[in-house]
Design a protein around this ligand. Sequence first.
Ligand code: FMN
Length: 377
Amino acid sequence: MMFSRQIHSCADARRLAKRRLPWMVFDYMDGAAGEGYGEAQNRQVMQDIRLQPSVLVNVEHRSLDVRVFDHDARRPFGVSPMGMCNLATPGADLMLARQAARYHSPVGVSTVASTPLEKMIEVAEGHAWFQFYFSGDGRVVNTLIDRAQVAGYRTLVVTVDVAEVGRRPRELKRGFKMPFRIGVPQFIDFALHPVWSLSSLARGKPDMANFGGEFGTFDRTETRARADWDDLDRIRDQWKGNLVVKGVLNVADAVRLKAAGVDAIQVSSHGGRQLESAPYPILALRDIRTALGPEFPLFFDSGIRSGEDVLKAYALGADFVFLGRSILYSLAAGGERGMEQMWDIFSDEISIAMAQLGMDSLKTRPTPRVPEGLGYS
Ligand SMILES: Cc1cc2nc3c(=O)[nH]c(=O)nc-3n(C[C@H](O)[C@H](O)[C@H](O)COP(=O)(O)O)c2cc1C
């Protein structure tokens, strides 16, 4: 696609995505809770953290492989589950699945993905993790878990930070709904972004592909505030594979999750989309690592915009890192080629930074330099 040659950083991809996408779609992807300062401040803290270089180490041969559960991912990052990725560009979900298959890096498949979960694991050649949300009466959850198991998923990600969907004023202003409705403002918006509209709407409106017909419906904005530790216990009993709990920022919660028998925790603020005043996830990661000890698997997402950010997450305790908006921007900016380019940019940035840090693999952690005063009392 035409823009891919112009992508040399995440900021490039975001700028191009903003130009190409209808406002409604861009604001859905880019938006955050409240005024967005929580999301912005986390990225600022990420920038304030520094990495300690080390010179005159022979690091000519560097490996980006990382072991995650029982296999080697060929990159130290994967793609976090995101709903309705096909809004970025038609076929986006399958582009992500193909990339996951190529690199053996997991792609998260959202409950509200725009491609059926069965198709995703097939195309990802097993390198897909299914993410689900609790839902009203629990039945949809059980059906989805069974479907995921039958489809061959080995890792289930339970997202727990959406007791209620966060208020995101940019989405509300644009009238974003899933499945989306096209009123007069949206019609004008689409007409003003013809490249996107012709390619996306011509293929039919992207939808929540895991629902409909025999699979019932899903209300994205319904309350999930009823879900509690007993629900988690039931899922732990039902799911025999790896169980990851995503959206944890509280040390006490993390300690209890470990005791409840989950296999990994994904420290995340949902990219700042849920609680504007949430603690900075990158610092919560450090505190949770300290509390749970060096062995317990911890994953991280939120605010990762460069390869150096990925290394900072490893420095502060992550065992694997997930990308969110950065990948969506690149899909919107340049389709499959744009996404591959973003992937290569992250890979190059990580490899080059590892050379400066004197690291030939991620078997050891980079040394972080956290400014004094950044932390919590
Ligand atoms: C457009 C969009 C949709 C998302 N949908 C989901 C989802 O369905 N399930 C989920 O667990 N997280 C979802 N997330 C959160 C991501 O998995 C991830 O936590 C977040 O995007 C990481 O932050 P970053 O975008 O700053 O990298 C979504 C994020 C975005 C941007």
